[in-house]
Design a protein around this ligand. Structure first.
Ligand code: H79
Length: 449
């Protein structure tokens, strides 16, 4: 259990900051930030930038084989006149989200802030405003943490080792890749991001897989030595509380503070990308889209229902994971009404049922066909998705007694019996509505796992 783990670690770990992540000992503030993060459970992912303009998703440059030179034209069109940072941040707040993870530079290389290390940035667009700064200020005002997505892969720069890259092969780059130079560039940009925008909740790296061996080769290791120890110690030296995660689909490496899964919950591999085991000691975050695509896509009109998303959030928590839910706003700065509606529904549900999500740990049983469990202190939260008119059986119930049982939304008592170590919640003749939460208050722990 994460909470138990933190408690024990807090006792033994002091603020020792190692220079190299190989022998990384997280600082006390970093441990505190991990605890905050694991309790937060729900964040907003924002994929937005120059790639939003063509309306074909954030991989458009690669997918349509656009050269870096031609793609650079998008900088002249980036002018999101309808963008209202106050409204975007408020939308996340109303949805019950505790943090925002903003794409600051995706694989196309367009930087959303005032950076001196690349001309391909928002200040050279007609919009001419530092979007990271706008988010940093507004997130502080509305008391929500800001995390920054940062791509390790770059389809536009010559010095990125594109010769060994699996993607971006139609960028028309003729200059030779030079990782020493590219690493300097990334360090410069990360230093800006961690110096000019106040406290940053975390850095979310992506793109490692671009340098891995092709499908079919058993060696999944990187062809490139990314020198993560240098990157990670720079970040932790600048902001020790800043959490580092890397979407490399591997077991977490030294220096990383959380583990992420893309379009999968821990233990699943529906995306075909999630081969890694879930960490038993780091906070975990699953990221997922509301529609199909991450970045704005005109063809993408299939939205998951509010009910599916509520249940995905619940299942994430039941597996001990956060959910980072994505929106890919329109190029003009509008957010699709379909996204807004779903976020509002999640917010309304959390208003009533938030206690069963925030600060909880995984259920003692894994998710079941009827729903799943989360736990906190002496409470077990039973999330009913669909019991199909059948009794709910909680086998190997870890407590001797159930002192109280009730519906979370209105406190109505629920009859639950405990027989031979199985708690039985009888099928309700009125059939519970989807995502109904029943609280079981317990005493006398039998086993804790
Ligand atoms: O930012 C979003 C995506 O753009 C980015 N991560 C999320 C959060 C992302 N998209 N795809 N991926 C990460 C991984 C993609 C891997 C693959 Fe491939 C691309 C599988 C097949 C093509 C490169 C080539 C890696 C394996 C083969």
């Amino acid at each position: 259990m994460i909470s138990k783990f933190f408690l024990s670690v807090f006792i033994f770990v002091f603020a020792t900051q190692s220079t190299f992540s190989q022998d990384y000992t997280p600082s006390a503030v970093n441990m505190e930030a991990r605890k905050w993060f694991a309790d937060a459970r729900f964040g907003l992912f924002i994929h937005w930038g120059a790639f939003s303009i063509p309306g074909s998703g954030e991989w458009v440059m690669n997918d349509r084989k656009i050269t870096a030179q031609n793609y650079a034209q998008l900088q002249r069109f980036f002018n999101p006149t309808a963008f209202d940072v106050t409204e975007w941040v408020a939308l996340a707040k109303r949805a019950g989200m505790k943090y925002i993870t903003l794409v600051t530079r995706h694989h196309d290389g367009f930087s959303l802030w005032d950076t001196k290390y690349s001309d391909f940035n928002v200040m050279n667009s007609p919009y001419d405003k530092d979007i990271v700064k706008m988010f940093a200020d507004e997130c502080q005002k509305q008391n929500i943490k800001l995390f920054l997505y940062y791509s390790l892969l770059d389809w536009s720069r010559d010095d990125y080792p594109h010769e060994t890259g699996r993607t971006g092969q139609h960028s028309g780059r003729t200059g030779k890749g030079d990782y020493a130079s590219y690493l300097q560039f990334m360090k410069g940009q990360l230093t800006e991001l961690l110096t000019n925008y106040g406290q940053i909740g975390g850095i979310w790296f992506d793109g490692h897989w671009d340098q891995t061996a092709p499908e079919g080769e058993s060696d999944r290791s990187s062809r490139l030595d990314w020198k993560y120890d240098e990157i990670y110690s720079l970040i932790h030296d600048l902001q020790p509380q800043c959490l580092i995660g890397n979407n490399h689909h591997l077991t977490p490496l030294p220096g990383e503070d959380f583990q992420m899964f893309e379009r999968d919950l821990p233990g699943e591999n529906e995306s075909g990308l999630s081969f890694q085991n879930a960490s038993d000691h780091l906070p975990i975050e699953a990221c997922q889209t509301i529609s199909e695509s991450w970045g704005f896509n005109l063809n993408d009109t299939t939205y998951k229902t509010a009910q599916q998303l509520i249940q995905y959030l619940t299942k994430s928590a039941a597996l001990g994971s956060n959910l980072l839910l994505n929106i890919g706003p329109r190029p003009n700065g509008e957010i699709q009404p379909e996204f807004k509606e779903r976020l509002a529904a999640l917010g309304s549900w959390l208003q009533i049922n938030g206690e069963s999500i925030y600060g909880t740990s995984a259920g003692y049983l894994p998710p079941q066909p009827w729903g799943c469990l989360t736990q906190k202190d002496n409470k077990i939260y039973v999330h009913l998705f669909n019991n199909n008119g059948k009794d709910i059986l909680l086998d190997m119930f870890p407590y001797k007694k159930i002192t109280k049982a009730y519906s979370l939304k209105d406190g109505t008592a629920v009859t639950v019996t405990l027989r031979d170590g199985t708690a039985i919640i009888p099928a309700n003749s009125n059939q519970y509505e989807p995502s109904h939460v029943i609280v079981l208050e317990t005493s006398d722990l039998i086993l804790y796992r």
